[in-house]
Structures are given as C-alpha cells and as structure tokens.
Design a protein around this ligand. Structure first.
Ligand SMILES: [Fe+2]
Length: 440
C-alpha cells in the first residue's frame, strides 16, 4: 500500500456539512453572524442544501489550481420530507443539529481512499466521478455518524471562472441574492475581514484517545502536532507516542471535570515562520467517570463527535461585535476571571506588556486570554485570545469558537481551568449573596 508521502496527502478541509432541523434559521442564527453567507442551493426529493462561503462577495474568492478555495465552505442540509427517515433518525440520536461530514481536499482520491480502507476505515462510497474533473469517495470516521469525504478537482477555468466558488459545486444553483440582513447598515458593525477555520475540536469517550489518534494516523496520515522552533529539524514521529507537555495535556479541574487533550495535524506547525498547519484536529478525552464538558458532549451527542469549530480572525473584538449584533450568544466569563488574570503565573509577562485598552477590550467583550504553548522567544507577544458561543442546541453539544493568535499555537488549555474556577467562584458568591438576604 502506498504510504502518505509528499505527493499523496490530505491538503485542506474542503467543506463541512451540518444536518439541521431548519436550514434557514441555522444559517441566520449561527453562520451569518460568523460572516458565512449562503450563495447557492440544491434541492433533492427529500432534502434541501445551502452552500455557504465566508463573504457575500463572490468576486472576493479565488479558486486555487482549479481545485479548492483558500477557505473552508459549509453545506447546511435539512430534510423537506417526513419520509427521510435516515435524516430524522440521526438528528434524533444526536439530540439536534450536528456535523454529518467533513470533506478533505486531497491529491489523489483513489489512493487516499485505498489507504484509508487498508488502515481500517469503512467505505461508504467508492471512488467515482459525479462530474467531469471531479473525483470523490466517502468513508466513515471514528466519530458517531460522521463521514469523511475525499475530493479532488482538476478544473480548467477561465480567468472569470476562477473567481466564482460555485464552479467547485456544479450540482448547486446560485441563489439570486443572499438572505437579507435584518439590521440596518447604521446599526451593524462592519464584518471582520478574515474569519477562516482554525481548528476542529472533537470529543471521545474515556480510553479512546489513543485509538482515535491511531485511526487518523493510519487512515489519513495525520500525526501528533509537531511544532518546529528555531534550529529544529523535523523528526520522524511515526511511533506516535504521546508525550505529556509535548503533544498532550492533562487538564485537571477537580476530580471529575478534567480532560486529556491531544492535537493532530496534516503537517508540522512552524514557530520560525509562524505557519499553522492547514488542518489542526483537537481530540479531547473525558476523565474517568468525568462529569465535565467532554463527558456531557458524548452523552448528549449519543457518542463521540465534533464538539466545536474554531474560526481564526485577525480582529477578535470586531468579529465578536459583528456576531453579537447578529444575535450570536457567547459564554460570558464572570468578572472573577478578569480580576484573577494577573494571578495566573504564565500570563504575567504578557499582561505587563499589554496595552491597557486591550485589557479593557477583553473585559468588555468577555474575551479570554491564554499564553499556553507560546513558544516564541519573545513571550510578551505570544498569546491567544478566544471566546466560545453557547451550544447551538438546547443540549450541551455543538458550539463555535472565535480565536485570534499572537505568535501562539495554543488551544486555550489554561482557560478550561480558569473559566471553570471563575464560574464556580461567581456561583459561590451568588449563593452567599442569596443566603445573606435577610428573610422577611
Ligand atoms: Fe478550540
């Protein structure tokens, strides 16, 4: 079997497909606030699908090598018939909307498919060419009901067609215009200039972390994320040994809230040039008998799955303003989190160099700060800012994250503990305040 090499590999995440109860509502509530807009539609006998890209201006896009966009697209699918039992049963099993498939742009569909099946993946759709110059195949992933699609396009496009992302999805029909925004332009902050996919975060049951890493290594060629620092020579980590502090983290918060987190990717990250891999895949494993967010996700999702998608922006405050004005709901860190920031040892360096207006912006926007995994030589300029939305359903399942990176490759390990403690502390205070109210 051909191994994954420099010539045969997974390049990018091409599109991600949601299965939802109401496609129009889902798009307006969750994807438009993140500056993703519907541009095309596809109707079948029992389903409707919308295609979304991260700007309403199609001319903004450029198709690279006749194959893919620089940014990930979204497909939002809903059933339009009660007879679509496959769709309804799956949504019910997941207690609501969920990610059904993640499609990877690859260099050779047939070889990637064969390699994945030999590695243990189950075939769903054998390699085929639904359109000229488009080759695709589908396998199951290790996550409950989630498929992985391989796609390779070799389109010959004119200069005009290069700027039309619809050329990549020939079975979709262009929408006459994007859904109108309900806010007037004077009320609306301007849209963030960039908001692209940063990482995919998944949750597995206790004891399945290593198995999941092994699956992605054998089936897709992903490896534990390696960070190349100045002078480093990339090492061959084929043995995929989990080394604590290097490629997995134990986040211990109380006895039953902890989790174990590892990150895999399709290529190494570089601190020298600060280049992120095009795919960063976070896997969190619940603690033994845990009652934390990972365990809750697995319980309500009906099994392991995609817990959140993080979008990278170069201006998190602008992105959050825009999303909030579009009625996106975020988890709001209590004041205790910000008052306690300077007590977090590893942040002292960052905070002491930070402009006071940025710290004020953090508080007003309820954005979180973390310097975890900031291996730049000048640590004062090395941190991440992040914020999480509330779950999109009524159960603690899927949500979104918005993240910005200042020379840091972390994922917010420090915030899991800090946010938990801050919420606990404010609830404790509120309880005391209630107790202190004198009885009539
Ligand atoms: Fe994340």
């Amino acid at each position: 079997m051909e191994p994954f090499t420099d010539d045969i590999y997974i390049k990018t995440i091409d599109y991600i497909e949601f299965w939802v109860g109401n496609a129009k509502s889902f798009i307006k509530c969750f994807l438009q606030p993140l500056n993703y807009h519907p541009v095309a539609i596809r109707r079948t006998e029992k389903r409707v699908q919308f295609l979304l890209v991260n700007s309403p201006q199609l001319a903004y896009f450029k198709i690279i090598d006749g194959a893919h966009l620089e940014s990930t697209c979204f497909i939002v699918t809903a059933a339009t018939s009660e007879l679509d039992t496959e769709f309804h049963n799956m949504r019910q099993a997941h207690n609501g909307d969920f990610i059904k498939s993640i499609a990877f742009n690859c260099t050779d569909v047939d070889l990637c498919f064969d390699r994945a099946v030999a590695g243990g993946a189950k075939p769903v759709q054998q390699p085929c060419s639904p359109f000229q110059s488009i080759r695709t195949a589908t396998i199951t992933s290790p996550f409950f009901d989630v498929d992985h699609v391989f796609i390779r396009r070799t389109l010959q496009l004119t200069q005009h067609q290069i700027h039309n992302p619809l050329m990549l999805f020939p079975d979709f029909v262009e929408l006459s215009r994007t859904m109108p925004n309900t806010f007037s332009k004077t009320q609306m902050p301007s849209a963030p200039t960039t908001l692209s996919l940063d990482h995919v975060a998944t949750c597995v049951k206790n004891g399945q972390l290593m198995e999941c890493i092994k699956w992605y290594n054998q089936c897709l060629g992903f490896k534990l994320m390696e960070i190349i620092k100045d002078g480093d020579v990339p090492r061959d980590n084929d043995d995929q040994k989990l080394i604590e502090s290097e490629n997995y983290f134990n986040v211990s918060v109380g006895e039953d809230i902890g989790l174990r987190m590892a990150v895999i990717s399709n290529q190494p990250a570089s601190m020298v040039t600060f280049t992120l891999p095009s795919i960063m895949w976070v896997i969190s494993e619940a603690a033994v008998g845990g009652k934390g967010q990972v365990e809750q996700f697995v319980k309500f999702n009906g099994g392991s799955g995609i817990q959140h998608l993080a979008f990278l922006t170069n201006d998190i405050f602008k992105a959050v303003d825009y999303a909030r004005h579009n009625l996106m709901e975020f988890i709001e860190a209590p004041d205790y989190y910000y008052n306690n920031l300077s007590k977090r040892e590893e942040l002292k360096k960052v905070l002491s160099h930070m402009d006071m207006t940025v710290i004020d912006d953090l508080k007003t926007h309820k954005v979180l700060l973390d310097s975890e995994n900031s291996s730049a030589p000048d640590a004062k300029e090395s941190y991440i800012l992040q914020i999480f939305t509330k779950p999109i359903c009524d159960t603690p399942t899927f949500f979104f994250e918005v993240i910005s990176r200042e020379n840091a490759l972390g994922f917010g390990k420090g915030n899991i503990k800090a946010l938990f403690e801050a919420v606990e502390m404010s609830q404790h205070r509120e309880l005391n305040e209630i107790r202190e109210v004198p009885r009539e």
